[in-house]
Design a protein around this ligand. Structure first.
Ligand SMILES: Cc1cc2nc3c(=O)[nH]c(=O)nc-3n(C[C@H](O)[C@H](O)[C@H](O)COP(=O)(O)OP(=O)(O)OC[C@H]3O[C@@H](n4cnc5c(N)ncnc54)[C@H](O)[C@@H]3O)c2cc1C
Length: 604
């Protein structure tokens, strides 16, 4: 609920627009640098959690249920409490604000070629709630068989879908707002911390998207039910149309717990590990120009996200031996940390002209709708239709393509947000009018990249190399090209034909030598326009064998180091074909249950 008025929201939007259009991203973390070399000890907590993001918030909430345990969360950002942030419709503005770490990839050679410096944006947020402060709030779990595969990879049946489904349900409070959405109730939870709902009212484009898919013979499904394959409507973890960060959902209700301690603006530089016993003893962090050391009586739990979790491990001596030695860091454990970075390439540049006229909506009208929990500002994407499909190359039963429909307008802001070069954007846009875009994700790619240290200085940003669409067999490119053909199939359906769709892009810079709209042209188009979808994972994958690249075991313990767990997006051992927050929350729930069973003998 809010007491804000339309006028107050208008003022917030004005201020955020100015900030988003002028914000310069930091290129390092020097704002956290201490003023001197003194280190102050601040005592001991049972569990020290590094990073109060999605996973960190869930784990802190669940561990602090045990009143005799003291919990400390160290988070680099602050607690964010702004009415502006509640409006999902302004999500892109939040990524261009000081909530954003401002990471970018190193220059790429196989994707993001039409972006400034051939670099993909790598948005991550700081603040309690982590990247859920700036994300699209889509709630999705992936295919049930993903988790059976995780059980095989880890040799641990507790990761099978039957065993993790109760954890998904435990977190969830599902509400059916749009009755057109099929729901398989047995897969949904009620009464959990995380409200899940759909945007209302359903917009024209969503209805059209579903109708077009029906005409192609695609089932309309609950993608969080028994199968993910089909077309559907987004499930969002918003509450009455307002952003609900994972901090809002899991920690705000329990802040009164005396054993729960949260220190914001606290930047962790190192996990302190006894070199002889290889036991994590505690953590060093900086805060307001000073350096502190805190002891972890039971464990250190690392949830600093997919880029900074591996960075902190490497700074602490856990990582690929050669790389650590190059950086002048003493090696405590030689593990392939940061060596399997994965993100899903997304092509958002397939703009299609239509004869659709948009309903005229005033800002005041949209804000009024938002205050009633409805309308375009309650969702990050312009429409709610989504389809998960299998390409001809997918040998198992996973979705490897995701399609979203968007209504779009030519906008300098989009260029800035995505990091396009103007030339590529202008050519992709071409002569479009009343455009829509059908976005294509490859949600099960084979290519992977790396996260490495830039130096041994904890205030340098890590080096992020996505290396998307680089697999030698060309599988990822072939899937995306099939995606382009499927978009044109959708546009040929009777429902879409009514809006007179037409491709009116111009030849892209760098692709002039290819015959326009030939297969070779589209391959070039994809390399120029595909970028990261921010569903990054896998920098510390879970597995059974560190010699095969696993960093944590099935109980999320770092191999070879005692009293240290990793429990965030870094540990996903495979893709879960889509938007990861639902799965990361489940992993965090499982981490908390595992820790409880390790320390409390009466819990099995
Ligand atoms: C623009 C955008 C849209 C997205 N949309 C969706 C979506 O709709 N649905 C979905 O499922 N996923 C979405 N995602 C992805 C999703 O938000 C992330 O996968 C998820 O938040 C990762 O959770 P995490 O716990 O691993 O890390 P985070 O949530 O990123 O949390 C890590 C926390 O650690 C803190 N931290 C890092 N380093 C330090 C340090 N040295 N010291 C102290 N604290 C530190 C950070 O400040 C942060 O708060 C989106 C991402 C982006 C960027």
């Amino acid at each position: 609920a809010t007491t804000a008025t339309v006028e107050e929201l208008e003022r917030l939007i004005e201020a955020a627009t100015i900030e988003a259009n002028s914000y310069e991203f930091p290129t390092n973390a020097r704002i956290y640098q201490p003023e001197n070399n003194e280190i102050e000890d601040i005592g001991s907590f049972d569990f020290v959690i590094i990073g109060g993001g999605v996973a960190g918030s869930v784990i802190a909430s669940r561990l602090s249920e045990i009143r005799k345990w003291s919990i400390l969360v160290l988070e680099a950002g602050t607690v964010v409490n702004s009415e502006f942030n509640a409006m999902l419709g302004y999500t892109a503005f939040l990524a261009l604000s000081d909530l954003s770490w401002g990471f970018r990839s190193v220059p790429q050679t196989t994707a993001c070629l039409g972006f400034v410096n051939q670099s993909c944006r790598a948005f991550r947020a700081r603040g309690m709630g982590g990247t859920s402060l700036i994300n699209g709030a889509v709630y999705e779990r992936g295919m049930p068989s993903t988790f059976d595969e995780w059980a095989d990879i880890t040799n641990d049946p507790t990761w099978s879908y039957d065993n993790v489904l109760p954890l998904f349900k435990k977190s969830e409070d599902f509400h059916l707002r749009n009755p057109n959405t099929p729901v398989e109730w047995e897969y949904h939870g009620r009464g959990g911390y995380l409200n899940v709902e759909q945007k209302i009212p359903e917009d024209f484009m969503t209805t059209l998207f579903l109708q077009g898919h029906r005409e192609l013979g695609t089932d309309i499904i609950d993608y969080n039910g028994r199968s993910q394959l089909g077309a559907s409507i987004f499930q969002l973890y918003t509450k009455n149309g307002r952003r609900q960060s994972v901090y809002d959902a899991f920690l705000t209700p329990v802040l009164r717990r005396q054993n729960l301690n949260i220190m914001t603006e606290s930047y962790v530089t190192k996990i302190n590990i006894n070199k002889l016993t290889k036991r994590a003893k505690g953590v060093t962090f900086t805060r307001h120009g000073r350096t502190f050391r805190v002891n972890a009586a039971k464990e250190v739990i690392l949830t600093a996200g997919v880029f900074q979790t591996p960075q902190i491990l490497m700074l602490s001596g856990i990582g690929p031996k050669e790389h650590l030695l190059d950086m002048g860091i003493n090696v405590i454990e030689d593990l392939e940390v940061g060596s399997k970075l994965k993100d899903d390439p997304i092509c958002q540049a397939l703009y299609i002209s239509t004869n659709m006229t948009r309903p005229v909506e005033t800002l005041e009208g949209r804000l009024q709708q938002f205050l009633n929990g409805e309308g375009s500002l309650t969702q990050a994407y312009s429409t709610s239709g989504v389809a998960f499909q299998k390409s001809q190359f997918e040998e198992q039963n996973y979705a490897d393509m995701e399609f979203l429909a968007a209504t779009v307008q030519r906008s300098a802001f989009d260029v800035r947000y995505a990091g396009w070069t103007n030339e590529t954007y202008d050519a992709a846009w071409g002569n479009n009018t009343n455009a829509i875009a059908i976005n294509i994700h490859n949600v099960n790619p084979r290519s992977s990249g790396t996260v490495r240290l830039n130096s041994s200085d904890p205030f340098d940003y890590p080096l992020i190399d996505f290396n998307m669409m680089s697999d030698p067999e060309g599988h990822d490119m072939a899937v995306l090209y099939e995606g382009i053909n499927r978009v044109f199939d959708l546009l040929r359906t009777p429902s879409f034909q009514k809006i007179n769709p037409e491709y009116r892009g111009s030849p892209l810079p760098g692709c002039e030598d290819q015959q326009f709209m030939s297969r070779e042209y589209w391959y070039c188009f994809l390399r120029q326009t595909c970028t990261a979808s921010f569903h990054v994972r896998g920098t510390c994958p879970m597995g059974a064998d560190p010699s095969e690249g696993a960093i944590v075991d099935s109980r999320l313990r770092v191999f070879g180091v005692r009293k240290l767990r990793v429990a965030d997006s870094s540990v996903l051992p495979t893709s879960m074909s889509g938007h990861p927050v639902g799965t990361i929350i489940m992993i965090a729930e499982k981490a908390a249950e595992t820790i409880k069973s390790d320390y409390l003998p009466y819990i099995s």
